[in-house]
Write a protein that binds this ligand. Structure first.
Ligand SMILES: [Zn+2]
Length: 170
C-alpha cells in the first residue's frame, strides 16, 4: 500500500454520497457485461443530479457510445471528441457526471497504473467504480465492487467496498 491508496480522506474533500437506483445499476451492469462480451473491458460515465452532499444517478453513457475507439489500445483512452459529446449531453440533460465505472477481467478491482494516472474526471471527490469479471457479477449487491475516490494531484483513496456511506443502491 502506498500513499495513493491509503484510506484517509483529506478534510478538505467534500464528503458526498452517490445514490444509484437499483434498476439503473442493473441496466448498467447488464449493458457493460454485454458490451465486453466476457473478453474486453467496458465502461461508462454515470450522470446525475447533485443536491448538497447527495448525488443521485439518473442515467449512464457507455464510453464506446461516445468514442468507438475508447478500448482499442487495451486500456481506456478517451478522446477529446468523446468528452465534447459528453459535455453536450450533460448540458442538454442538465446533468453532471457523478462517477465513472469500468470493468476489469478478474476479481481484482484495485486501480491499474493507467487508472490512477488518468482519472476520467480529474476533480477532487470524483468516484471511479470498478466492476470485477467484465461485469459478470451480481447486480443487486456492491460486494466485490471497487470504489476509488480522487483527491487531486494523482492521489486516490480506495474505499473498502461496499462503502455504503459513499455509494448506495436504492
Ligand atoms: Zn482499470
Amino acid at each position: 500500500m502506498n500513499s495513493s491508496t491509503r484510506e484517509t480522506t483529506p478534510a478538505s474533500d467534500i464528503d458526498r454520497t452517490l445514490k444509484v437506483p437499483l434498476q439503473l445499476w442493473r441496466r448498467l451492469i447488464l449493458d457493460l457485461r454485454a458490451r465486453g462480451q466476457g473478453r474486453r473491458e467496458s465502461g461508462a460515465f454515470i450522470l446525475g443530479d447533485r443536491k448538497g452532499r447527495i448525488d443521485r444517478a439518473r442515467a449512464y453513457v457507455p464510453y464506446d457510445a461516445l468514442d468507438p475507439h475508447a478500448f482499442e489500445s487495451g486500456i481506456i483512452r478517451f478522446s477529446s471528441s468523446g468528452y465534447s459529446k459528453l459535455w453536450k449531453i450533460c448540458r442538454e440533460s442538465k446533468r453532471r457526471v457523478v462517477a465513472d465505472v469500468h470493468t476489469h477481467p478478474t476479481d481484482w478491482v484495485d486501480q491499474s497504473d493507467s487508472d490512477q494516472a488518468h482519472p476520467m474526471i480529474p476533480e477532487a471527490g470524483h468516484l471511479a467504480i470498478i466492476l470485477p469479471r467484465f461485469a459478470q457479477t451480481r447486480w443487486w449487491t456492491l460486494d466485490g465492487v471497487g470504489l476509488h475516490e480522487y483527491h487531486g494531484s494523482r492521489r486516490w483513496s480506495r474505499r473498502s467496498a461496499p462503502a455504503r456511506a459513499k455509494l448506495v443502491l436504492l
